[in-house]
Design a protein around this ligand. Sequence first.
Ligand code: SFD
Ligand code: AMP
Length: 610
Amino acid sequence: MGIKTVYEDCDILVVGGGMGGTGAAYEARYWGRDLKIVVAEKANIDRSGAVAQGLYAINCYMGTQWGENNPEDHVRYARNDLMGLVREDLAFDMARHVDSAVHKFEEWGLPFMKNAETGRYLREGKWQIMIHGESFKPIVADAARKSADKIYNRIMVTHLLMDESRDNRVGGAVGFNCRTGDFHVFRAKAVIVAAGGASHIFKPRSVGEGMGRTWYAPWSSGSAYALSIQAGAKMTQMENRIVLARFKDGYGPVGAYFLHLKTYTQNAYGNEYETTWYEDTKAMVGEYIDHQPTPTCLRNHAFIQEMKAGRGPIYMVTTEAFQDPHLEEVGWENFLGMTVSQAVVWASQDIDPKYVNPELTTSEPYVMGSHATCSGAWCSGPEDLSPEEYFWGYNRMMTVDGLFGAGDAVGGTAHAFSSGSFTEGRLAAKAAVKYINDLKDEKISVTDKQVDDFKQAIYQPLDNYRIGSNEIVGGTVSPSYLLPIQGLQRLEKVMDEYVGGISVNYMTNDKMLERGIELLDIMEEDFEHIGAEDLHQLLRAWELKHRLLTSQSVAQHTLFREETRWPGYYYRGDHMKLDDENWHCLTLSRRDPETREWTMEKAPVYHIVD
Ligand code: SFD
Ligand code: AMP
C-alpha cells in the first residue's frame, strides 16, 4: 500500500489539543517566541476531548484575589478527598496558578455567571464557579491556534519516538491521519503529552445501542498513559480509578445539583442513608469518614452499600428545588450545556424533575488524573516546592527526558478539572521551553529504521483485514483477525469481572487480579491480529491497543496495593481495610519497553502543607 509520509521537525510537539494541550500551546509561545510549536490532535481541537460538549462549571478556581481561598486550602481539600494521597507539590503549584488561567478564559470571551450582590464569579460551591460554557472548547482552541505554528487535526498519535543519541530521551512522535491515511512523523526536542484519560476500559453500564453513553468522553482512549508507558515512563496511582455518582442512563453530573440547587439524595423509601453506613465505613477507613467534606469515594460507598442492602433506587430529590423557576432553569441548562443526553433521557422516560425525583447510579470505573482521582505519569514537581525525590530538573517532566505531561496525563494532581488541566499545560510548556533552551545545540537523532518499524506496525491492522477477509464470505467472525469492537468488548469484560467493575460491585482480590493480568497478557498477543476495514477502524484499533496498555497498568497497580484505600471506587476483598501503616504511600510502576515486564515500587507521600 503506497502510504505518503509527512515529516514535521519542531521544537515542541503537543500531543492532544484538549484542555491541557491548548494551555500548553498558548504558554509555549509566550516563553518560546522563536520556537516551532506544533499540536497533533486526533479529532479537531474546536470540539475535541472531554470538554467537547461544553461545561457548565469551572470546578477549580481559588478566588484568591478576593480572599476566598488560598492554594494551601485546595491542597488540603484534594488530599482529604483522595484519602490522604496526592502529590502536594504538584497540587499546590497548579492551585497557585489556576486563577490566572480562569481570568484568561473570561478575557477570551467565555461567559461567566456573576453574583449580583458582589459582582464576583457566581459560586456553585467552595471551589466551583458557574459558566455558560457550551463554547468553552472553541474558545481555548482559538488561543492555541493563534499560538502554535501548526495544528494538525485528525492525527492519531500511536507511539513516541526516542532519541537514539542518548538513553531515555524522547525524540518526537508518530501517528496517522485518520482521514487521508498519511503517515506522520514529528521529530521534536520536547513532547508534551496531553491526550486525556480513559473511558471504555471497564464494561460500561450502557451497552449495545447505548454503548457510546458514558460519563467520561467515549473517545478518551487512555493514549496519554499508553504513549508514556510504551516509552518507559513511570506511572503513579493507576489503581486509583474513579467511579462517579451520576444521574441514571444519561450520566449527568451531580455537582451543580448538590452544591448550587441544594438537592439531596434518599433511598427508595424516602430515607437518608449515609448515616446508616457510618459505623461500617469507620471500621474500614477509620477517621477518614469524619473528614469534611466527606471524600467522594466514601459517599459512593454508602450508595453502593444501600443498593446492595436492597433499598435502591437511590433518588436525587429535585422536586423541592425545582419549584423555584430560576433553579429549575439552572437544572435543565446544566445538562443542555454539558451533557445533553441527560435532558434527552429525561424527556424520553417521562421524567420531569419538577414532579419526579430522578434516579442516580454509580458509573463504571474510568481512569483519569484530573477529577476526584489522580492516576497518571510520575512527574517532576517545581523547583521551589518539591522535595528531592519529587524533583528532577523540569516541572511536569516525566521520568523520560524531554517528555512532559498535563491534565489527565499527570499523576498526583486530583481536582484540577478543566481549568487546572489547562494550567498544568501552561506549566509544562514553560518548563519544556527551558528544557529546550538548556539543550542548546544538542541534536536529537531519530533513525529511519525507528520510523519505518513504527510505520509497519501502525498499518498492520489494515493488512490483517485485507488478507484475512478473503477467508470469509460474510459476517464479522474470522479465523484470522479480530475487529476492534470485538477486542474492546473482550477487554471491557475482563476488566469488569476481574479488576473491579460494575458486575462484581467493584470487588476484586489478588487471585482475581492475577487471572485478569494473565488474560490481558493473552489479549496483548491476540491484538497483534486486529483487523481494520478502513482508516476509521484503524483509529479504533490503535485506541484499543492504548486502552489495553492502560488496563494492564491499572491491574498491576491494583494488585500491588494490598489494601482498600478508596472504598466506593474499588475493594480488595482480601484486604478490606485502609492500611495507613503500610500503604500511606504512592505506588509507582514501570514497564520495561524491551521485555514488557512491570516493576512496582512505593514512593513516599510528602505532606508539604500542614
Ligand atoms: O461536572 C489525542 N470535567 C469537568 N471540569 C470542570 O472544570 N467542570 C466540570 O463541570 C466538569 N465536569 C465534566 C468534565 C468532563 C466531562 C466529560 C463531563 C463533565 C461530562 C473534567 C474536564 O473536562 C477534564 O478534567 C479536562 O478536560 C482534562 O483535560 P485533558 O487535557 O487532560 O483531557 P481532554 O480535555 O480530554 O483532552 C485530551 C485531548 O487529546 C486528544 N487525544 N490526540 C492525538 N493522538 C491521540 N492518541 C489522542 N488521544 C486523545 C483528544 O482528542 C483530546 O482533544 S463534571 O462532571 O465535574
Ligand atoms: P460532579 O458534578 O459530581 O463532577 O462534581 C462537580 C464538583 O462538585 C466537584 O468538584 C465535586 O467534587 C463537587 N461535588 C459533587 N458532589 C458533591 C457533594 N455532595 N459534596 C461536596 N462536593 C461535591
